[in-house]
Design a binder for this molecule. Structure first.
Ligand SMILES: [Zn+2]
Length: 352
């Protein structure tokens, strides 16, 4: 029986690894709300779609406002109270419409702005519906109805663009990576570790790549075949005002079994070994202390290496954001997502 279980386990491992090394189909149209939105103000073609096509893409309330000139109830949109830095884009075509700096509290219950973002953002035309003469504001790119503009706004324009929040999406401003701190770890399969750390507060970006070896320009193929000294690794760009290095180390050790030599989950080989890289003595002290603390929890020695950081090589583009873009891939469903959920349950206080 034990033998049968062992061979099943091996079979599952082989399947997982085989699936993992196959170059995946990349889903080019993620529909999740956290999909990356490209702030493109240089577009040259308008977006034209049939009503049926819009119906498929938009929620019923978005369709009602954008395509049927509807109006949402005041104070009903969460965008009304957004005060963060960022850009409001058209919910229909992602055309950048307004910058957060031009938003003001008009007291009307609708998101209000005194200036549009670019000359390609909006069109204004006369709207004589409902027995009033108003200036209607539409998206210049897809023609979607956004709201109206009135002459009772604040300086410097004196205008009040009174928008339907449901017709827009908010894209929070990203801090440039150069302004953030960076930490590097290797925790087995980088698809898994990337999605874990991207769920953590204060983390802006996680890059999958290779580190820990000497060879320049490693590739997935070389590393996967064990022909280099590199391990699958990842770099975490984080805001130290929001999350400390110590907490990142806590997430790292929650995400791995640190007693496994050269492996994690179903993956085996030195490219899947776990490493905590440090950039200074302070980071090394934090890692050493954490290992000391957790050593008591395990009845086997800790195999995680503690290594000074030297160089990180970014992995091929199709490995970046892999789990987000391929949620139905076999290995992702069987390993990455359950591993992420198991880890996040251990560090609930640090989850976005
Ligand atoms: Zn639009």
């Amino acid at each position: 029986m034990l033998k049968l279980i062992t061979s099943c386990f091996l079979l599952i491992c082989l399947n997982a690894c085989a699936q993992k090394s196959t170059k995946p189909e990349v889903n080019s149209s993620p529909k999740t709300s956290d999909a990356v939105i490209n702030l493109d103000t240089n577009w040259t073609e308008k977006i034209v779609k049939t009503n049926d096509e819009w119906k498929k893409e938009l929620s019923s309330s978005q369709y009602y406002i954008l395509r049927e000139h509807g109006t949402e109830r005041p104070n009903s949109s969460p965008l009304n109270t957004v005060k963060e830095k960022g850009t409001f884009v058209c919910a229909g075509c992602k055309n950048p419409l307004f910058a957060s700096e031009t938003k003001f509290d008009s007291g009307t219950g609708w998101p209000s702005f005194f200036q549009y973002l670019s000359s390609k953002s909006v069109s204004v035309s006369v709207d004589n519906s409902l027995g009033m003469s108003r200036d209607e504001v539409t998206c210049k790119r897809c023609g979607g109805h956004l709201g109206h503009v009135f002459n009772d706004g604040p300086n410097p324009t004196g205008l009040r663009y009174c928008m339907n929040g449901e017709a827009m999406q908010f894209v929070a401003a990203q801090t440039p990576l150069s302004d953030l701190s960076v930490a590097t770890f290797a925790g087995g399969c980088f698809w898994c570790t990337e999605t874990i750390f991207e769920s953590i507060k204060g983390v802006s970006e996680v890059i999958s790549g290779y580190s820990g070896g000497e060879e320049p320009n490693p590739t997935y193929e070389n590393v996967g075949a064990g022909r280099t000294g590199h391990a699958e690794a990842f770099e975490v760009y984080y805001d130290p005002k929001v999350i400390s290095y110590k907490d990142l180390v806590r997430v790292f050790f929650a995400s791995i079994d640190p007693t496994i030599v050269n492996g994690q989950g179903p993956d085996r080989g030195k490219q899947y070994r776990t490493i905590a890289f440090y950039r200074n003595e302070e980071e090394k002290t934090i890692i050493d202390q954490k290992i000391k603390d957790i050593a008591l929890e395990y009845n086997k020695p800790i195999a995680t290496q503690v290594v000074p950081f030297s160089k990180f090589w970014e992995a091929e583009a199709y490995h970046q954001d892999f789990v987000k873009l391929n949620p139905n891939q076999g290995y992702v469903r069987a390993e990455s997502i359950p591993r992420r959920e198991r880890t996040l349950a251990k560090v609930k206080d640090l989850v976005k």
